[in-house]
Design a protein around this ligand. Structure first.
Ligand code: ASP
Length: 351
């Protein structure tokens, strides 16, 4: 009898404990909220056709990506917000000439830098973006200003620059952004000498593939909030005035606490036409897909139209997933559990 009472008591206590740790989602379903107190961050540095890098280059990329992840982790560990982590992490990648964002951005068909960026807060669904900017040192921070300090979502060109200048954002001359490697890539594509000023130095350590380099970050903070951001110079030799998916909310970037955060990279036109980032969230919300299944489906839609690239993301429980249909994608993550990874090339779980 005593034993029966003990079993009953244990059963009741277990039931009570389960109810305590459950939350009601806005869709009405009851599920265990596993994210509170945990944090996670995932980044990408672009996707493209490359099978292997010389060890010195691998080292450079690994070190920079690790520095960026560390920065984000530090913010998240000390209770900072996902949106701050995303902005500051991307700043580090934008300031490095290794990536196609900020310094080292690719050139348009006139030999100019035109950068795009966007950021989204999954808690409020607030978002900000800039497109076609050419003097802003850190376009992701400009996107953040548009989100926080204007009633608009997307500002472009000189109007965007004029607006964010008032908030003390750092501006640079075009020479700051342009590196020798990009000029050579443009010359190769156009088959002629390109007149671009202010280029000096040996940039041989930077990889040749002109498709690599857009940067993105998705973070989950200790309060269960998700944020995502993407920053890019776009596609090499793009038409003057062309805008890709990176500053388009729902295409290149999306975040929603109910589902996931996503940052994309690849041939932007296809990610715009399929609303690739938002598609992942919708598949998770309405079809109850897992993050990785939803990402695969979204990239398959891009591929069906003829596009290529990839995406990174995390869900509200801190599960991290990435998917791409190219030979490689610079990618990495860190979690509060101590798990971490940085990878460049295709693994078995990819196409
Ligand atoms: N998606 C970017 C664009 O189309 C480029 C990239 O991610 O490599 O502008």
């Amino acid at each position: 009898m005593k034993k029966l009472n003990l079993i009953l008591l244990t059963f009741l206590l277990t039931l009570f404990a389960c109810q305590e740790s459950s939350v009601e989602t806005s869709t009405g379903s009851t599920e265990k909220d596993q994210s509170i107190g945990k944090f996670a961050i995932v980044i990408h540095g672009g996707a493209g056709y490359i099978k292997s890098l010389p060890p010195e280059q691998e080292k450079l990329y690994k070190e920079k990506m690790n520095e960026a992840l560390e920065k984000g982790c530090q913010i998240l560990k000390t209770g900072g917000s996902a949106i701050d982590a995303v902005e500051k992490t991307i700043n580090i990648l934008e300031n490095s000439p290794l990536f196609n964002a900020g310094k080292g951005a690719v050139l348009n068909n006139l030999g100019q830098v035109e950068m795009d960026a966007s950021i989204m807060d999954g808690k409020t669904l607030n978002a900000g973006a800039v497109a076609g900017v050419h003097h802003i040192k850190n376009p992701i921070s400009a996107a953040r200003i548009v989100m926080d300090s204007s009633k608009h979502v997307l500002l472009c060109g000189d109007g965007a620059e004029q607006f964010v200048k008032k908030y003390g954002i750092e501006m640079k001359n075009p020479e700051y952004f342009i590196i020798e490697k990009r000029v050579k890539q443009l010359e190769k594509i156009q088959g002629k000498k390109v007149a671009v000023n202010g280029i000096k130095g040996n940039f041989n350590q930077y990889i040749d593939d002109h498709k690599f380099g857009t940067v993105g970050c998705v973070a989950l903070d200790k309060n269960g909030n998700i944020a995502a951001g993407t920053s890019t110079g776009g596609l090499m030799n793009k038409k003057y005035g062309r805008i890709g998916d990176s500053p388009i909310i729902g295409a290149g970037t999306y975040a929603n606490n109910e589902t996931c955060g996503i940052s994309c990279t690849g041939t932007g036109e296809y990610f715009i036409r399929t609303l690739a980032a938002h598609t992942v969230s919708e598949l998770m919300k309405y079809k109850k897909y897992s993050l990785d299944k939803a990402q695969k489906e979204s990239i398959m839609q891009v591929q069906k139209l003829g596009g290529d690239g990839g995406m990174i993301g995390l869900d509200k429980n801190g599960n991290i997933s990435w998917f791409f249909n190219t030979e490689g994608m610079f990618r990495g993550f860190k979690k509060s559990t101590g798990e971490t990874k940085i990878e460049f090339y295709k693994q078995k779980n990819n196409l």
